[in-house]
Design a binder for this molecule. Structure first.
Ligand SMILES: Nc1ncnc2c1ncn2[C@@H]1O[C@H](COP(=O)(O)OP(=O)(O)OP(=O)(O)O)[C@@H](O)[C@H]1O
Length: 576
């Protein structure tokens, strides 16, 4: 049950609404039983032609009980649903807050379509826990005990029959439902996960699938997955309905039992005939109240499963990642970075992406990192941004261990451009992501011009994922975003790889001007313009193979020198 601890905590926080729900549910249940009992008694009494005032009292009581039942049922619904949605919103917020720092690691292990469907589905499943698992038995038992006490005052045997019926509805029927549901629910989850993964993949790869003529095949596959899911869901629904039908059967069985037993007791002279209808009606109503118990185990199992998977998705790393942070760095000072013996290995990979990597970035220094694809350059930036945690070794920012820093504090210090930037559906202004009120239009246009996007409009529409922007425009927009932040640490991962040579040089010139006093780490694919850098780091297979200024590396005539010669030849050949 430990996996449901977060749920219980959220429920405890909503205790006021829960107490009101229980009170409302109990009054509605009792009023329902009383309403039908009094109605039965009233009908029986009329046979004896009682005095008018008796009929008036009984009719008024019926009306009052009907009113009380409706009002308390309304209150019950209001408070149970309010509690449920508040619990759900607490769970969503706390779950997603824990998820954010772990996102890169989690996305490694799970296919994103499946992950998204799982998170949304699992959090939604938890809403049933209070409404259909924790709450109903409590109220049903309270109403039932009150009814048993009431019937026991007429006949011990009838009360005994009710207890027997309740055991059937609360244990036997739910047990049978649970047995049938267990396997079906497993299959529903499996099919849902398959379908959502395939849908996401198809949407992401739609263009490629179309070009390579694979779309029809994919569509067929999706239809198959969708049909299997629908079939499993149908089976699950049938199983649930079967449970509810059994519950109705037990209700009528007990009602018939009470009728027969009462008839026998009346014949025996141990029960007055006028109470017969009342007892039968009370029995039927109290068992109607118990109807939710039939589907309780299925929801219980579902909630536990969902809570289990959610705790698996946010493993204990969540605690370790956030627990030790205590320091906070100011955003207005230049930043120094010290990387000591850092090793990082992706989960499931056979070799580390970084191996015993050490590097110093003095405050205000400019560093370029070059090296072949896959040498670990982007991984280094992800570690500096605390998007991943080192396997071993230390990173210090302004002498503070990165583990002691909140990742949001690090992001707050940094102007970042990663290899892929995301663009949202909206305007260019909105895609600059800074608070629009803080910057005048002139200021925004000036930054766009510096990023070599002079002929754009701030209200220009940007499609989803920046579909209407070229790769080069996306990169310049991402650089404009970074320039606008005006922080003092720059982490740039191939920010100009899609730009032509001339535009690239212009952008970099503006960038170096703005970053003159700042610490800058630039991963680059071209070796031009690196003369200005304080140090150039050449990486291969997660290690530093050469380090020094441009002049030093050229004099060494090592790896960097050879790369530069190849590039010069290529530039010469292409005539740039
Ligand atoms: N999410 C990931 N899961 C597993 N392995 C990864 C992941 N990302 C990168 N790697 C591996 O880690 C190594 C370093 O990758 P990284 O992206 O840091 O290289 P890079 O030098 O930035 O390459 P490029 O210049 O192509 O961007 C590579 O061998 C790569 O296959």
């Amino acid at each position: 049950m430990s996996e449901l601890a977060m749920l219980s905590k959220a429920m405890f926080q909503e205790r006021k609404d829960i107490i009101f729900s229980i009170i409302g549910g109990f009054i509605a249940g009792i009023a329902g039983v009383a309403l039908f009992s009094v109605s039965g008694y009233l009908i029986s009494q009329t046979v004896f032609a009682p005095p008018l005032y008796t009929l008036i009292i009984l009719t008024s009581l019926v009306k009052f009980l009907g009113f009380l039942r409706s009002v308390s049922r309304y209150g019950e619904r209001l408070y149970t649903h309010r509690a449920t949605f508040s619990i759900l919103s607490r769970l969503r917020t706390s779950f997603f807050a824990k998820l954010v720092p772990l996102t890169p690691g989690i996305l490694n292990k799970n296919r994103s379509g499946d992950l998204l469907a799982r998170i949304v589905g699992d959090v939604e499943s938890l809403q049933h826990y209070f409404l259909r698992v924790a709450y109903p038995p409590l109220v049903v038992m309270m109403v039932f005990l009150a009814t048993v006490l009431f019937t026991a005052s007429y006949s011990f045997w009838i009360a005994g029959l009710l207890v027997l019926g309740m055991l059937m509805t609360s244990l036997v029927v739910p047990g049978i439902v649970l047995l049938g549901q267990r396997k079906i629910h497993e299959r529903v989850r499996e099919q849902r996960s398959k379908l959502s993964t395939e849908i996401t993949e198809t949407l992401y790869g739609f263009r490629d699938l179309k070009i390579y003529g694979q779309l029809a095949q994919r569509e067929e596959q999706l239809q198959r997955y969708s049909a299997s899911l629908a079939a499993e869901q149908q089976r699950a629904a049938v199983q649930l309905l079967r449970g509810q039908s059994m519950q109705v059967f037990v209700t009528f069985f007990v009602a018939w039992g009470v009728l027969t037993l009462s008839a026998y007791l009346i014949l025996d002279g141990r029960l007055a005939g006028v109470f017969l209808a009342m007892l039968v009606m009370a029995t039927q109503t109290v068992f109607e109240e118990a109807a939710p118990l039939a589907v309780l185990p299925a929801y219980k199992q579902d909630s536990e499963h969902a809570a289990n998977r959610l705790t698996e998705t946010i493993p204990s790393q969540a605690a370790t990642l956030r627990s030790s942070k205590s320091e906070s760095l100011p955003t207005d000072l230049p930043v120094s970075i010290e990387i000591s013996n850092v090793t990082f290995q992706y989960e499931g990979e056979w070799r580390p992406a970084l191996l015993n990597f050490s590097l110093q970035l003095a405050a205000g220094s400019k560093t370029a990192i070059v090296g072949p694809s896959g040498s670990g350059k982007s991984t280094l930036i992800e570690l500096l941004l605390k998007l991943r945690t080192t396997t071993s070794g230390n990173i210090r920012i302004n002498k503070v261990l990165i583990n002691e820093l909140d990742e949001e504090n690090i992001w707050e210090l940094t102007n970042v451009v990663l290899q892929q930037s995301h663009f949202f559906k909206g305007t260019l202004r909105e895609n600059l992501l800074e608070n629009a009120d803080e910057h005048s239009d002139e200021e925004l246009m000036e930054v766009l011009a510096k990023a070599q996007l002079p002929n754009v409009l701030l209200n220009q529409v940007v499609y989803e994922k920046g579909e209407n922007l070229s790769d080069g425009e996306k990169q310049r927009l991402a650089l404009a975003r970074a320039m606008l932040r005006k922080r003092h640490l720059w982490l740039l991962d191939e920010p100009t790889s899609s730009l032509d040579y001339v535009t690239e040089q212009r952008v970099l010139k503006q960038l170096y001007e703005q970053a003159s006093g700042d610490t800058l780490l630039l991963i680059c694919h071209r070796l031009t313009g690196l003369e200005k850098m304080d140090q150039i780091v050449v990486m291969e297979q997660g290690e530093i193979v050469e380090i020094g200024s441009f002049k030093e590396l050229m004099e060494q005539k090592g790896y960097f020198y050879k790369l530069k010669q190849i590039e010069l030849q290529m530039i010469g050949e292409s005539g740039v």
